[in-house]
Design a protein around this ligand. Sequence first.
Ligand code: COI
Length: 357
Amino acid sequence: MANQIKINKTKNSRLATVDFKHIPFGRVFSDHMFEADYLDGKWTNFNIRPVEPLAIHPANLALHYGQSIFEGMKAFADKDGNPLLFRPEMHAHRMNASAARMSMPSIPEDLFLDALEALVSLERDWIPNEPGSSLYVRPIMFATDEYIGVAASQTYKFLILTLPVGPYYSQPVKLIVEDHFVRAVAGGTGEAKTAGNYAASLLPAKLAREKGYDQVMWMDAHEFKYIQEVGTMNLFFVFKDKIVTPATDGAILKGITRDSFIHILRDWGYQVEERPISIDEVASGYRKGELIEIFGSGTAAVASQVCLLTYGDLDMTFDESNWEMSKKLKSTLEHIRHGEEEDRFGWVVPIAHPVMA
Ligand code: COI
């Protein structure tokens, strides 16, 4: 490990208090977090310490103008309990692509990977064994300057939290085609994993929930015609003769699970089309009986089936007998990530040795 990371272990582990069979997504944190600070143009102060609140100045630039980016990734354990990371380099690249868009400093890839390895190694006992569970890893970087002026911060904090999690969506999802609000437009920040994209999705999601849906399906910002994503996940449409996923056009997050599914599907010999897909094509495929299933992909969502998609007056319903492809993909991905199936793509990174405190 090239980077020296100071480790301050907790004297009061919360591990024994956690009911790993019933973990709500996003609310249970492991004992420790990684921390680094960007000061005087370089990353410094690499340390792992107990998770605790931070002191934030009221003029913190991230709070006022939104310089905040994050990643979502997962760690698993193999049959001997050794931690495995899934495609950490790709997450490092996407974090730095988000950083570039938001005018934030990049994080050296070796620092990102060393920090992950040290933290996940220390928190290995927090990796759940239950099927469908994992240790969710949340790297986040945000501005720390105290300044009431619109400017890129000169200082930043980079943290990594880990959380044992179960499924993000415990049920198949109900979606409604959004016909008023927009999530993103090419040239905007839709491709970046930045906090404001998620904040802007909250009102449309609340309105959708009031109508009985779980989330909205975002359309392109020009014509409300082409499908983008769900905000919490990318989308796949399985037709009788092809599988289509919206092309990432600058307004859609470049999902790492999306990319993994495309690789697996092509490896299985399926034709996967990455291209603009209109909601009318989906509705017409449904009416003709050619659209078999729709599912979302994401680190948190894995493969989440859509049981209802409403477009105007049309309710497109899908039941479990349709979900062959998403189930097969999900179980293949789970097997690869747990080291139970040959990792032909070179995606799994084992963490071999415990880091000494
Ligand atoms: C993820 O899939 O990891 C995300 O960041 C999305 C969020 C809904 C949890």
